[in-house]
Design a binder for this molecule. Sequence first.
Ligand code: C2E
Ligand code: MG
Ligand code: MG
Length: 657
Amino acid sequence: MFDSIKDARNLGITIAIGGMAIIAVVGTLMGYLLTRRLEILAVAAQRFAGGDLQTKAGLTGKDEVAEVGRAFDQMTAKIQEHIGIIETSNQRFALAVAGSNDGIWDWDIARDEAYFSPRWREMLEIEADDPTFQNKISTWFERIHADDYKMVRAAVDRVLLASDESLFLEHRLQKNTGKYIWVLMRGKVSRDSEGKAIRMSGSLSDITERKHQEVTIQHQAMHDSMTNLPNRLVLHERLRLALQEAEREQTSVAVLMMDLDRFKEINDTLGHHVGDSVLQEVAARLQNLVRKSDTVARFGGDEFAMVLPSVSTATAVSVINKILKAIEPTVIVDQHKLHIETSIGIALFPQHGQDPTALIKFADIAMYAAKRANSGYAIYDSTHDPHSADRLVLTANLRQAIEADELTVHYQPKIHLATGEVTGVEALVRWPHPTLGLLFPDTFIPLAERCGLINPLTFRVLEAAIQQHQRWLRDGLKLAIAINLSARTLQDLNFPTQVAASMQNFGIDSKYIEFEITETAIMADPVRALKVLTELNQMEIRLSIDDFGTGYSSLAYLQKLPVQAVKIDKSFVIDLISNPSNLAIVRSTLDLGHNLGLQVIAEGVEDRETYLMLKSLGCDMAQGYFFSHPAGAELIAQKIKLFSSDQHLPMREIRHA
Ligand code: C2E
Ligand code: MG
Ligand code: MG
């Protein structure tokens, strides 16, 4: 029994050992198979992690390991598909960046890392290997123009602080060469879940050319292209600002309007290019003499305007004197030596006007008064107004009046002092205006000169005077007629031919015609004037220098001209008796004139003493209120007839019967 128990135990042990061995073998085998599949999976995962994105585990079967393997393979396939999409998108982006003219930038705000595309750097001429270049947003900020920096910073801050979602900024950036370019910076912000800005990116465009064009267009809109001076618009605006400031500071502002005398003649007779050069020269001279705070503008045509802030009347006048001095030297264009003169009007804030429009208008009115008075300049005075307020209307009226032959001519006798004879009269134009009454030449001759009406006017006067001469002739009065010529007429090379035609048309002998010309008219272009004068002289028309003494020329110079007489300006004659220096001038003009073989006429003889003084000085002829005011033809004829029969009766006492 014992043996069988022992055997049984042994058998049991053997069976147990055998069973264990079988289990061990089967377990080992199964463990081996499992480990192997897990190993395959691990290797695939390692390869994937190592960058082999196409790797696959390739496990088959139905167990869990195989399932994990298949999931892994699906995952890698999906990732690969996404990588493909990303790559295509990247390629497209790279193409877009490379092909676009814009630079691209991207700013990782948290890490303060920035990306600037090659084109971004190229725009700023930053070489690819530039050692100073940093991938930091400061690369942008450091290049911003000092004047734009604040504005850019503020705009960026607004985006960072969430008050703005995007950037749209025009500013200047400095290139590596030191030069600035204008750029348009666009940007969008990305925020985290709490709304904090984490990234900003966008584009950069070079808009330098457009900016320059804008600046040019703006400059053109604000400046006169010929003289490069600010235009009317700018002057108006500067004046507005100056007035605001003056009101605050309790100072005054002067507005000057300036117009070149007889400029239209230069333009019309010598051509626009000469006129343009004159304007440019005048503009340059004006600009040279004003302060930085002053504005000189071209108002159009030959008109300039100035705004002088913080000046007293006295200072404004001293500026005007500087201007007059600066304009004085002759302007040489081509071979023409041009003597430019100007008339300036001043209006002051606050005494004359409170707003820009009123001040400009008043300065204009004063300028017109200065022109009329030939005084160089005039300060606004309300009495200047009546005739000048509606200059435009007046111009239109004048044109109609000339066309409708509504101008009339008054005559003033010229007396031979030695004999008391009246052999000639001066024709002086008048305009009986329907509403303003009888207008004198000083009101409308400058207007006619400015508007190209002076030649038609001159011919109306000439022909009216010729016809009157012939009526007088039929009436037994042999009176020569003296006609005043303007500078423009004197520059018109066709004028002598037209005069010849008129003379022939009316059949007048040239010895009865005299032309009076002023020195300043000759000096506008002496070469041309000389041509015209020579031709008139060859037609045996008498020529005399009017208003002698008011210009700058010497008698010696004038003697070279084909003239026969000088008329001493009335300003020297009127107070001859009481003003010794005028007496001296008259005396020496008489001496010199006679030495040069010229006849000397004194105009503006207002009283007997002057008349007698002139007679004793040996003056040839006299003209003035003492003998007669200018008057209509009929009255003048009566006066002359009576005066011839009784020279003790001053003509001025004779009135219409
Ligand atoms: P002017 O040729 O020197 O003419 C003389 C001016 O002096 C005239 O003024 C005349 O009325 C004025 N006068 C004459 N005697 C006296 C006097 O004793 N005392 C004073 N204080 N004045 C006297 P008016 O008629 O007003 O003409 C002014 C200017 O207008 C003329 O000066 C002349 O330059 C210009 N003018 C007149 N008619 C014409 C014309 O038909 N064509 C052109 N281009 N100019 C003209
Ligand atoms: Mg005259
Ligand atoms: Mg005169």
